[in-house]
Structures are given as C-alpha cells and as structure tokens.
Design a protein around this ligand. Structure first.
Ligand code: ZN
Ligand code: ZN
Length: 615
C-alpha cells in the first residue's frame, strides 16, 4: 500500500493523508471521499509519505489529469503570498491531460507586419530585457509589436499567452489575431461557453492551439512550452481577483516570467506606478496618425451644461457621433468644493475622505478618522463642500429629452450583459445607427469608433476625489484612455467637465504621463505601494457584535507586532453586504516577510485576507 498527502481543491483544509494500491505521481488529480461530504472531492497528490499511525481512507479514483511541477510551484507561491491553502491556489489551474505525446506540427506564421523604426527599437528592447514594460502612447502601434513577438515565439514551436482585460477582448481584436494565427489562436474569458472551453482545452492538449488571448484566468491554462506572456493594459485593475485566491494576474506574470526565465511584455499607454518602478521600460511616443485633438474644459457643476449641450448639438448637426463617459454605472456620490473643486482630505493619510452615514460626516476608510462636513472648504475658505451624484441612466434620459430625434444608447454592465449584445451595439454604432453612446469604463477599452468626433467626460472629479491613494493615478489614466477614443482617424474633440482643470490640463497638454508617475512616486515614498506593502483583513458575519469583537481581538494582536503598522480599522465602506456586517483592518509594512507571517497567523472563519488590495 502507498500513502499520500493530498490537497483538496477549492478547500481551505491543509493536507490530508490517504492510501492507495496504485503507484501515483506527485500532481496527479484524484477523487477522494471526505467526512461530512456526500460527493467525492477533487484533490491533488502532493507528497508520498510513510505509513501513518492512524488509519486512512483509500483514494477513490485516479483521474487522467495532472498538475505539473511548475503549476505546483506557482500555486505554492500563491498560497504563501496571497494567503490561502494550496488546494485553493491549485484550483485556479486547468490541469494537463495524460495522453500520448501529440505530434507537434511545426508552425509557420507570417504576419507580414513591417515595423517602423521606433517600433523596431521598442521590439528589440523588449527582446533584450526579456521582461519589459512597453510604455506606449495610444496609437503608437504596440499591438503590432505584440503580434510580431508572438509570431517569433510561435514559429519556434513554443506557446504564448496574451492577457487582456475581459472588456478589451473585442471582436476586432479577435479578427486581428485570427488573421495572422488562424486556428492556432483562441479567445478565453468568463463569457465563453463551457462547450467552447472544452474544445479549446482539447486544442491545447493536442497542440493545435498555440496562443490564447484571454482574461486573467488564461494565465493558468496547461501549455507545455510557454515562452511568452504579454499583459496588455497592464494598469487595469481587473487583473486582481476579488475572490479567493485573491491573486493579481499581472504581478503573478512578472513572478512567473522571472522564475522560469520567460519573455514578458507589460503594455500600457498609462503604465501603472508599480510596473514603472519595478520593470525596465521603453517609451514609445510617436503615433501613426497625427490626430488633431482639441481638449476643452467645462467647470460648471451642472451635469449637462449649456457649453456641453452646445458642443454635442454641433457635432450631431455635422452627422458625427458622440460618446458620453461616466466613471461608474450606478449612482455614485462624492464630495467636492463648489468653488475650488478640491475635496476634504484625511489629515493622517493624504487621501480624500468619503461621505458617510446619510452624508452627515466624512470618513477616511484607511484610518477610520471621522469628522463633520466643514462649513466652508478648508482649501479655499470660500466654497462649500457638497455632494454630487452621477449616473448613466439619468444622463441617457436627459439626452433623449434634449435630442428627441437622435438615437441615444447606454453602454454599461447593466445594459450590455452578453457578448451578442456587445457586438450588436458596437455594430450599430459603427454603422451610424446610434448617434450618442453613454457609458462607463466599458467605453474606454480598446474599441474603435470610426465616426466619433466628440468625447464628453463627466464626473472625472468623482474618481479624483475618491478615498484612495490611487485616485490621481486612476483619474488621469482613465481620462487619457477615454480621450484616445475620440477622433482616432482625423480630428477629434474632447470636453472634460472638471473643477480640477489645472491638474488635468497640465498632464494632458503640457507635460507627460511619465512626469506624473515620477511625481506620484515621490508622494508615495514611505507611505504607499510600491514602497511598502499593504493588505486588508476583512471580517464579515451575520452577527454584528460577534464580528466586531473578532476584529477588535485581531487589532490588539496585530498592534503588538513591531514590524507592521495597523493603519486603521473599523466598519467597511459598505458596512452591510448580503446580510453580513463587515469590518476591516488595514495593514502596512516595508517588511514583507513579517507582514505575511502575521497574515498567515490570522485563523478566523470570519476573516478574508486581501494582499495588495485594490483600495
Ligand atoms: Zn474650495
Ligand atoms: Zn486617514
């Protein structure tokens, strides 16, 4: 008889010992029975052990799938860094299939892409550095560099993964990749049907599919010879998983590329501060079409001011299209001064505070500091702090009233729920069947709008005034991404409604995103990532008193640790969710090992740990 320790997939349990008559290998996927559970559980063989002193149960079945050594190593890292069990970490991977070695057909792709001199330099830089950040302005042709690099890797008989935010995996992108890589490429994201996913997996197993373009889960597909990972729009926050294991696919790609000496390209027009700080970058500025883009500002606090309505109506009169952008889909509230456009900052954290409890108070969600809404603005001593609310549905209604003869459509997650709907709205828009598209972040991602001559940006101040140290980075990056959607071919206008014109104008017109990043790095030094690590411990339970006691207990415990700082604790921004009361502790440390050790010691069924949390 053989004895094995196994990790139960999707379970927080630590290893359990089972026996088996068969000789099994490390990484084999098996079925085991578990006390108190009706159905058999998926599990993975982790280690062969001596016969234990206690009696074990026999493994029920060995499945024809296995996790290879690399998968187990990466999962081990995930379980340590993102604080979860190995079984939970392994559950994000799709295992290999045990089968006869498939005959590798050699590939010969020819994209026929000719790179410009600038692109060629960027391409060589990425090749030389092996792991590089392609910090490339919108329209400077980074996709050609990706395709050229993928082509090179695939022609060597190796595999590649191109990660993109799910909403950027557009039909246009798919067509572009299929034109070069034919049946060797497949698209992978949450809306792909189970049946199609199985077909894709079969294609990966038999070697037909050599390239996957997909959302973050594509990183865990079973490629035998992965040599290249590209993370497009690397600044995008959707790379972070918000359920266990709470990994960040971008950070993990960097870890994997370094550990296994793979090629990695992180690409963005608005590089994230973390990558800018950590990874050697190439700045690609020159754009193909010198688009004439005029940026206007509107400082009124009326959502659709006369100035904005005027611009829209002029654009429509010339048979051109308009996109109207809002940062969130639901109604979203934020505080802002009527006169200077600044918000009230927390004196301890240098971030904007958020409105709390029926708007009677301002609260910092980092440290818990709370104060009354001041009578006059602390910055200019002139204006008044008031609440603003913006929402896509409201704007859509108003535009329909203002332009009854025009077609206005909404483009957000409430409206666009399926792939088919997305395709049909985009098609209608590009065929001029829609005049105005009102939408959220979805609008700013990778779609080509041929006939858009005006982009209206509303509510960007709500992003800038968010209770987060990342608020400036988020607001500016978002604005640059949206501005890039207007007038891709020919002339384009952008009108930005903001009371913080100075900030946006400076970085859009006079200076550069690189200068912005350097300034932000100075601001964050000693306080925020990438210089220190931050984690959030979230406690949730239906019993509000019990959960507060649990948090208090851990606050006390964590405060005794001299290597980590309890930045703050208290009720979460959303205090009650799904009938559970929520409290959180925010931790900071420049000592990563000490922080992780402390996090691993948190042993509460109410607690969820979020390392590198997206504040
Ligand atoms: Zn003011
Ligand atoms: Zn604070």
């Amino acid at each position: 008889m053989n004895y094995y320790e196994v990790a139960i997939l999707k379970s927080p349990l630590s290893f359990l010992t089972y026996e088996s008559r068969e000789d099994l290998n490390i990484g084999d996927k098996v079925l085991v029975s578990l006390r108190n559970r009706k159905n058999l559980c998926d599990a993975v063989i982790i280690k062969e052990v001596e016969k234990p002193t206690f009696k074990c149960i026999e493994i029920s079945e060995c499945l024809p799938f296995y996790f290879d050594k690399k998968m187990i190593e990466i999962a081990t890292f995930i379980s340590q860094y993102y604080v979860c069990s190995l079984g939970e970490a392994l559950s994000v991977f799709t295992p290999f299939k045990k089968q006869d070695e498939s005959k590798e057909e050699s590939a010969a792709f020819d994209s026929a892409i000719v790179l410009s001199k600038e692109q060629e330099e960027a391409y060589k830089f990425c090749e030389e550095k092996k792991q590089a950040l392609l910090f490339a302005n919108t329209g400077s042709g980074k996709t050609e560099i990706y395709i050229k690099t993928i082509e090179e890797i695939l022609n060597k008989g190796a595999n590649a993964i191109l990660l993109m935010p799910e909403i950027s995996l557009t039909p246009q992108m798919q067509n572009r990749l299929e034109k070069v890589f034919k049946k060797s490429v497949a698209i992978w994201h949450s809306k792909v049907s189970k049946k199609r996913k199985n077909e894709i997996l079969e294609g990966i197993y038999n070697g037909e599919i050599k390239l996957i373009a997909g959302a973050r889960s594509a990183l865990f597909l079973p490629f035998k010879n992965l040599q290249l990972i590209i993370v497009d729009e690397e600044h995008d926050e959707s790379y972070k998983s918000d359920s266990k294991p709470r990994y960040n696919a971008k950070d993990l790609s960097l870890y994997i590329a370094k550990k296994y000496d793979l090629r990695l390209i992180l690409g963005s027009a608005t590089a994230s501060i973390g990558s800018f700080y950590k990874v050697p970058f190439y700045r690609l500025k020159k754009t193909f079409f010198e688009t004439k883009k005029s940026i206007f500002f509107d400082d009124s606090s009326l959502e659709l001011s006369p100035k904005i309505i005027n611009k829209i109506s002029n654009t429509l009169a010339h048979q051109n299209q308009v996109i109207v952008f809002l940062p969130t889909r639901a109604n979203f509230k934020y505080q802002i001064c009527t006169s200077c456009g600044k918000s009230v900052e927390c004196p301890y954290c240098s971030v904007s505070m958020s409105l709390h409890k029926n708007d009677l108070a301002l609260k910092c969600h980092y440290c818990g500091y709370t104060q009354q809404i001041p009578e006059t603005c602390p910055s200019c001593h002139n204006g008044v702090i008031h609440n603003l609310r913006v929402g896509t549905a409201e704007i859509e209604e108003k535009l329909k009233e203002l332009f009854p003869e025009k077609i206005v459509k909404r483009f957000d997650r409430d409206e666009i729920k399926t792939d088919a709907k997305l395709k049909s709205v985009l098609n209608d828009f590009n065929n001029n069947k829609i005049d105005i598209l009102v939408g959220t972040q979805m609008l700013s991602k990778g779609h080509d709008y041929h006939n858009v001559k005006l982009a209206v940006v509303l509510g960007i101040d709500s992003v800038l005034n968010m209770n987060s140290y990342k608020s400036r980075e988020r607001a500016l990056s978002l604005l640059i991404q949206i501005a890039g959607r207007s007038g891709r071919k020919g002339e384009g206008e952008v009108i930005v409604q903001t009371q913080n014109q100075e900030f946006f104008d400076y970085y859009l017109n006079e200076s550069d995103y690189e200068d912005f990043l350097n300034g932000e790095l100075e601001f964050r030094e000693g306080l925020y990532p990438p210089y220190v690590k931050m984690a959030k411990v979230l406690f949730a339970h239906t019993n509000g008193l019990k959960v507060k006691d649990e948090m208090d207990k851990y606050v006390k415990l964590l405060k005794q640790n001299k290597d980590i700082e309890v930045v703050g604790f208290g009720q979460s921004a959303i205090f009650k969710l799904a009938n559970k009361y929520r409290y959180e502790i925010i931790l900071r440390s420049s000592h990563i090992k000490a922080l992780l050790t402390a996090l691993h010691k948190i042993d509460s069924p109410m607690a969820a740990i979020d390392m590198d949390t997206n504040f």
